[in-house]
Design a protein around this ligand. Structure first.
Ligand code: PXP
Length: 256
C-alpha cells in the first residue's frame, strides 16, 4: 500500500506569521495521523522560518506513526537530529533566499559532507533519505554513500502539468520511472514529493508504480482551509489507495 507522509511546515508558517501559539503543529499532526497518514514530515530550516527546534522535540514525543525530519547536512542540524532522533532524516539542499526547496541535492558534488552526515545519522539509529532529482548518477552516488532511501523531486513534473505540456509531462514521468526502477534494483526505498496536489498526483501514481511513499504538504494544508484537516488528508489518502490498488491489480493481471 502506498504510504502518505504529510508535511506540516505550513501550519507553523501560519503561526510564525503572527508569532502566536496557534495553530499548533502537534495538534495538526495528531489529526493528520487520525485521518490515516503514515508519517509526519517537518523541515527544520537554518533560518527557522516555520518549524522551530521545540516543535521537533515535541513532535518526537507525540507522533505515533513515523517522524521524518528534513534538514540540510550541516554539523548544526546533524547534532540536533542525533539528539532528537526522528525515525527518518531526509537531507535536502537549502538556500536562504528560496521560497521552498527548489531542486534536489547534488550528491556527486557534495559527497564529503553528505557522506559524513549519513554515517553519523545512521550510527545514531536513523534511516537516511536523500532528496534528489531523477538522475541515475545521483542514485549511484547515494548508494555508494550508504543512504537507505531516496526522495525524488517531483517539482519539474508538476511545473509541466501546470503548463499543460503533454510531451514534457511524459518526459518527466519517464525520468521518474527509470530512476525509481534503478533505485529499487539497488535496494533503496523510493519516496517522492514536491508540488504534488489532488489533480497532478494520479498520473504520477499510475505511471510510476515503483514509488512507495509520497510526502505532500502545501496542497493538503491549503485544502484543509476549505474542508478541514482530517478531510483533506482522507481525500489524498483515498487517491493513493484507489489509484495505487488499480496499479497492483494491473501488475497482477500482467503476471497471469
Ligand atoms: N519533500 C521534500 C523533501 C520537501 O522539501 C518538500 C517541501 O518542503 C515536500 C516534500 C513537500 O512539498 P509540497 O509542500 O510542495 O507538497
Amino acid at each position: 500500500m502506498l504510504r502518505l507522509g504529510v508535511n506540516i511546515d505550513h501550519v507553523a508558517t501560519l503561526r510564525q506569521a503572527r508569532k502566536t501559539r496557534y495553530p499548533n503543529p502537534m495538534a495538526a499532526a495528531a489529526l493528520i495521523e487520525k485521518a490515516g497518514a503514515n508519517q509526519i514530515t517537518v523541515h527544520l530550516r537554518e533560518d527557522r522560518r516555520h518549524i522551530q527546534d521545540s516543535d521537533v522535540r515535541e513532535l518526537r514525543k507525540t507522533v505515533s506513526t513515523l517522524l521524518n525530519l528534513e534538514m540540510a547536512a550541516t554539523p548544526e542540524m546533524v547534532k540536533i537530529a542525533c539528539d532528537i532522533k526522528p525515525d527518518v532524516v531526509t537531507l535536502v539542499p537549502e538556500r536562504r533566499q528560496e521560497m521552498t526547496t527548489e531542486k534536489g541535492l547534488d550528491v556527486l558534488k557534495n559527497a564529503d559532507p553528505l557522506g559524513s552526515a549519513i554515517q553519523k545519522l545512521k550510527s545514531a539509529g536513523m534511516d537516511v533519505s536523500l532528496f534528489i532529482e531523477a538522475d541515475l548518477r545521483q542514485i549511484e552516488e547515494t548508494v555508494r554513500l550508504g543512504a537507505d532511501r531516496i526522495e525524488l523531486h517531483t517539482g519539474r513534473y508538476c511545473d509541466w502539468v501546470d503548463k499543460r505540456d503533454k510531451k514534457e509531462i511524459q518526459n518527466e514521468l519517464q525520468h521518474l520511472k527509470t530512476a525509481s526502477q534503478f533505485a529499487l534494483e539497488k535496494g533503496l526505498l523510493v519516496a517522492a514529493g514536491h508540488g504534488l496536489n489532488y489533480d497532478n498526483i494520479e498520473d504520477c501514481i499510475r505511471q510510476v508504480s515503483e514509488i512507495e511513499e509520497y510526502n505532500i504538504g502545501h496542497s493538503i494544508i491549503s485544502r484543509a482551509i476549505f474542508v478541514g484537516l482530517e478531510n483533506a488528508v482522507t481525500e489524498m489518502k483515498e487517491i493513493l489507495e484507489t489509484v495505487g490498488a488499480n496499479n497492483k491489480e494491473n501488475k497482477e493481471e500482467a503476471l497471469l
